[in-house]
Design a protein around this ligand. Structure first.
Ligand SMILES: [Zn+2]
Length: 528
């Protein structure tokens, strides 16, 4: 990156996934998750990690206790809390003391900036609010902490009374705040107003920005704030946070580093971004947004056949950056729109084929037929791999079913259970397996493993990480088909398979067998 703007100040990335992010719908992390995420953020070159509010509950307090003994390469841990309350000294405030006891190098204090909140929430004078900010920051400084200040509801306050908002900023700076952060707490501000506000701030004060996405402009607001002088930007991984979320660091970081060419601790680690986004999603047990800029699975995916032709030859004509820069990868999606060139591309591991090869025509036909019947291979590349192997003669069968039998029973005073058994041929041996489980799919999986286990010790490494069912034509009610997707993992690789049938058990069976056969064909080399 030769054209780096080294004459402009470095932009510091401040992550609040573990505090503001956890205010978001469906977002919850255990203590162990929080520690693991903190390390992943550190690996990605994040400068500051807000760990939470030490007074809010035991889990938060335990995080600060544990994190003291952890080593981070780049990141500084920050404790978050509000200014002291009115009518007493910071020194005598329980929240202030909890912030000191968190023993973090940095503390961020949030305080009122909007007069209406001072009047209606704090119920004290505008002047006392300024004293509270001054006293709180000075106290923390006297305890040896480095401090930042979050101007809560800054943009509403600035609209209401710009002079008072400026006074708050000046007071925090004078009391020792190393960054005074203008917060769009309600998320209702547009980029043009953000620029105006930054330009109206007193000269020489290091400013930060904290934006919520209620107008869909949190990332845009963060970028214009940087252009208008902000040197610290707060956001969350995947943009999670209260209501519509916080500014998404997964979009801000590549924009700042690759497009704005600003210096940033995270620049050499940008390829960690996509794995980081997915890791955090996995910890929260939230399916990642496919269409997320930069890090989504669809961010560098291409569907149309003709388009795929150009991509194969000249990727940069169809993509704004190389996805590898952010740790993502190009996907040429399989679909009936896919042309022969996509298939040729997919077949590369199995030899040299061209658009006229009979194998290519046969696969294209098979793909169209299956898609008509409800299959979708875009999210089930491992099932497509099995199809390719069958077509080019590189397939080795693991499971040849003779029969399976499942029975679910329930009595008035017991939970329902499913028992199952199956007979198979595998590698010229007749084998059988049996299992008891809660539901039919779990039992089927367990019985299949039971049958194969003795001959295939590698099976113990493989586990199911996701199982999704979609009803395809619900207007036909009971005759509806279901499509089952299964994600499997051996800790190093993850692969997806698909099955379609009117019977959910049979659709699951198909996806399960594909999953094991994919692994067997791809990774199991030693064969009896
Ligand atoms: Zn916030």
């Amino acid at each position: 990156m030769s054209d780096l703007k080294t004459d402009l100040p470095q932009v510091h990335m401040y992550d609040t996934t573990l505090r503001d992010g956890m205010q978001g719908i469906e977002v919850n992390f255990s203590l162990e998750d929080k520690l693991a995420i903190a390390h992943a953020l550190d690996d990605a070159g994040i400068d500051f990690i807000e760990g939470g509010f030490p007074m809010s509950n035991e889990k938060e307090a335990a995080f600060f206790e544990r994190v003291k003994n952890e080593h981070f390469r780049h990141a500084q841990i920050v404790a978050f809390g509000s200014t002291r309350g009115p009518g007493h000294a910071a020194r005598d405030d329980a929240h202030m003391r909890a912030l000191v006891e968190a023993e973090t190098p940095y503390v961020i204090v949030v305080g009122k900036t909007w007069k209406a909140h001072v009047e209606k929430v704090l119920r004290c004078s505008h002047e006392e609010n300024l004293e509270m900010i001054q006293d709180s920051l000075s106290f923390l400084r006297s305890e040896g902490r480095r401090v930042f200040f979050d101007c809560e509801h800054f943009f509403d306050g600035f609209r209401d009374d710009p002079d008072y908002a400026r006074k708050v900023v000046q007071t925090a700076y004078d009391a020792g705040a190393e960054s005074v952060v203008l917060c769009d707490t309600n998320g209702g501000t547009l980029p043009s107003d953000v620029i105006e506000a930054y330009h109206a701030m007193p000269e020489g004060i290091p400013l930060g920005g904290h934006f919520h996405n209620d107008c869909g402009t949190a990332v845009a607001n963060s970028l214009v704030a940087i252009e208008a002088g902000a040197t610290q930007i707060q956001g969350t991984i995947n943009g999670w946070g209260e209501r519509c979320g916080n500014a998404n660091l997964c979009a801000i970081m590549p924009n700042v580093i690759l497009k704005m060419k600003r210096t940033c601790t995270a620049a050499p680690y940008l390829s960690h971004l996509t794995p980081l986004s997915r890791f955090v999603a996995e910890k929260a047990n939230i399916i990642p947004d496919k269409r997320q800029p930069y890090v989504g699975i669809a961010a560098f995916s291409h569907k149309a056949g003709q388009h795929a032709d150009v991509i194969a030859k000249e990727g940069r004509l169809m993509e704004h950056i190389d996805g590898a820069m952010v740790g993502n990868e190009r996907q040429v999606l399989l679909s009936e729109l896919a042309g022969r060139s996509t298939i040729v591309d997919k077949l590369k591991p199995y030899g040299m084929f061209d658009k006229k090869s009979p194998e290519v025509g046969k696969l294209l036909e098979e793909l169209k037929l299956r898609e008509k019947n409800g299959y979708e291979f875009e999210a089930a590349e491992a099932s497509f791999d099995i199809l390719m192997r069958k077509t080019v003669g590189e397939y080795r069968q693991l499971v040849e079913l003779k029969n399976y039998h499942l029975e679910t029973y329930k009595t008035a005073d017991t939970e329902s259970k499913t028992v199952g058994r199956m007979f198979l041929n595998s590698e010229a041996k007749e084998i059988m397996g049996a299992a008891v489980g809660v539901g039919p799919v779990e039992t089927l999986d367990a019985a299949l493993r039971d049958a194969l286990r003795a001959h295939h010790p590698w099976l113990s490494k493989i586990h199911l990480v996701d199982y999704r069912v979609r009803v395809l034509n619900p207007e036909r009610e009971t005759a509806a088909k279901v499509r089952v997707f299964i994600s499997s993992s051996d800790h190093n690789h993850t692969w997806d398979t698909v099955g379609v049938h009117e019977n959910i058990v049979e659709a699951s069976w198909e996806a399960l067998v594909d999953s094991l056969e994919y692994y067997y064909n791809t990774f199991v080399t030693e064969r009896p």
